[in-house]
Design a protein around this ligand. Sequence first.
Ligand code: PLP
Length: 370
Amino acid sequence: MNLTELSPAYIRAIAPYQPGKPISELAREMGLVEADIVKLASNENPLGVSPKARAAIQAGIDDLALYPDGNGFALKTALAGRLGIGLDQIVLGGGSNDLLEMVARAFLAPGTSAVYSRHAFAVYALATQAAGAIGFEAPAKDYGHDLDAMLARVQRHTRVVWIANPNNPSGTLLDNDALHRALAAFAATGAVVVLDEAYVEFMDPERRAPSIAWLREFPNLIVVRTFSKAYGLAGLRVGYAACSRELADLLNRVRQPFNVNSLALAAAEAALADDEFLAEAKRVNDAGMAQLTAGFRRLGLDWIASAGNFVAVRVVKEGDAGAIFQALLRKGIIVRPVGAYAMPEYLRVSIGLPEQNERFLAALREILAL
Ligand SMILES: *Cc1c(COP(=O)(O)O)cnc(C)c1O
């Protein structure tokens, strides 16, 4: 018996997601001390966990023998209050990745299709493929989403359009008016639109799309956000979707009953209330972005303007940045190669603390001078 063939061909064809290299793995491989390694590879919050979230986690340990609240009432109530929408318009996920998978399971199946952009977040293609649907990749414009090209790829059997704003790994941000026009056009096609706003908290408020207000206008819209990035809770896995009641009801049908654990629920609720931590995360990010891009300018490197907590920098004129990625690893610095995103000349670096950014820039300077 060939066990592999028990799985549908579309599952066997999946190339697994490539996460950033863990610090412990690099330490093992290179014989380095973990404390000396700088990881700027997974868009994690360099400030760590908010003190309020930490306190909530500690308080929650006593209840770990109990199942979590499967409806996430307290967190949803807090979110609904902040966003000005109903509790029944919110779906919680084990990270926003879980929500992307739920969207795929609820709307995609063999015989249907989904549309995403070239250079877009890899999970869209993966979730589409795992559901047995066909993924159509639209060409990009300056490494960002070309909404007209995406619209042109929507067909009768298209059920989901995936949009990352800002996009990861390119950091590109869509124009709000262009996005609004495109949402109206997508609504007319009957497809569900996922607007993935994993980095929205890093943006100045006046730059942000009024995506939650748009929910009233577009019942086919699903806004997806996460506590992994600006809120500093990547290890706990919690995110949320905001959408119409009808779509929330469908997502809840494919949701695991206890998909968000009790510590994650408590920590997210506390982090949501910690405005000070969020403001500090944004301040550190703005300063780090300025520090890195000034460094790139001094090194004569091009980068893609980013609205997230990371930036894609072009470290080779042509060919592949793999050798520079490896040379950085040998110096104890982990960034992210993005060849799998059709950006082989680039490395994506997450914004760190000032001294981490400086170590990365100094290492890059040495490597490029060789
Ligand atoms: C990081 C990221 C996510 C997923 O993060 P979770 O930890 O699963 O919440 C989703 N979308 C984009 C664009 C991301 O960069």
